[in-house]
Design a protein around this ligand. Structure first.
Ligand SMILES: Nc1nc2c(ncn2[C@@H]2O[C@H](COP(=O)(O)OP(=O)(O)O)[C@@H](O)[C@H]2O)c(=O)[nH]1
Ligand SMILES: [Mg+2]
Length: 263
């Protein structure tokens, strides 16, 4: 996590069903970290990962892709694990070496069961993990419904870290419930920080309160603050989220669009 002292290279595994966007997310992370100067695509064969002839021909990963990058002075190794069933044994070995796993899923609740094997493996291995809801550009249902579908597959509670900003039928940005900042997506660029839209303010308070109550289940000091109607510091909230992830007692859920480098 940014802000903590580096302790050698941190290994992050990208797991989840085939086609969810793991290799695209790896590409977006490398691009965001400045390790590559253009956002490659698995769809047109220009990605850094999936460079073997088999993977290019198949249009999907056929082996574990490994990448290295530096972000905010820390070294990271990314382990992009193929989601196809045939690669499960390789995948489990790679995941066991990770400090953190990111489970990449589709926003459609009907596809949530595809994430079950990855979530079960991470719970069994005790690997701290997050869920990243990819393809937010194609989402058309409530993220809440997806979380409801995913929750039974996870031992620990899922914690929505963001809520979407809808512009008609499309998600156009998000509110980060820990930072209490809103962001508007911009194609191929860093998101623009905006004010929390007025019509979203009560929803934001409701969602943030829910997140804080979830965190307070494992933090008596926070519980006391909530009962006293005190506003916990941003630092405390971020620290609690990181601790819950590290101790595997909460699974933060974030979303974005890997192919546009959103979020
Ligand atoms: N619209 C959209 N397409 C995506 C997104 N992420 C990945 N894709 C596409 O989905 C397909 C599978 O992506 P890939 O990264 O290879 O998935 P993986 O099998 O999980 O590694 C490719 O055609 C990508 O271009 C996204 O956020 N939005
Ligand atoms: Mg892949």
């Amino acid at each position: 996590m940014p802000g903590t002292a580096a302790n050698g290279t941190r290994a992050i595994a990208l797991v989840g069903p085939a086609g969810a966007g793991k290799t695209s997310l790896a590409e977006a992370m490398l691009f965001a970290a400045g390790a590559t100067d253009r956002l490659g695509s698995t769809a047109n064969g220009s990605s850094i990962g999936d460079s073997s002839p088999e993977a290019r021909q198949r249009g999907g990963s056929t082996e574990v892709n490994l990448y290295n990058f530096k972000y905010l002075d820390d070294e990271y190794a990314l382990i992009d694990v193929p989601g196809s069933i045939g690669f499960a044994a390789d995948g489990a070995r790679a995941v066991a070496a990770a400090d953190l796993a990111i489970v990449v899923v589709d926003p459609d609740p009907a596809r949530a069961p595809l994430a079950a094997p990855a979530l079960r493996m991470l719970d069994e291995l005790g690997i701290p993990h997050l869920i990243y809801v990819n393809r937010i550009d194609q989402a058309h249902g409530r993220i809440r419904d997806l979380l409801t579908a995913l929750q039974p597959m996870s031992v620990s509670p899922l914690i929505a870290r963001q809520i979407p900003i809808w512009d008609g039928e499309k998600v156009s940005g998000f509110v980060d419930l820990a930072l209490e900042y809103a962001f508007k997506y911009r194609a191929g660029q860093e998101s623009e920080r905006i004010d929390i839209p007025a019509d979203l303010q009560s929803r934001e308070i409701e969602a943030r309160t829910h997140m804080l109550e979830q965190l307070a289940d494992h933090d008596d000091e926070l519980l006391e603050q909530l009962l006293m109607d005190e506003t916990p510091s941003r630092e405390k909230v971020l620290k609690d989220l990181a601790r819950e992830t590290g101790e595997n007692i909460g699974v933060s859920v974030l979303f974005g669009c890997a192919t546009s480098s959103w979020a």
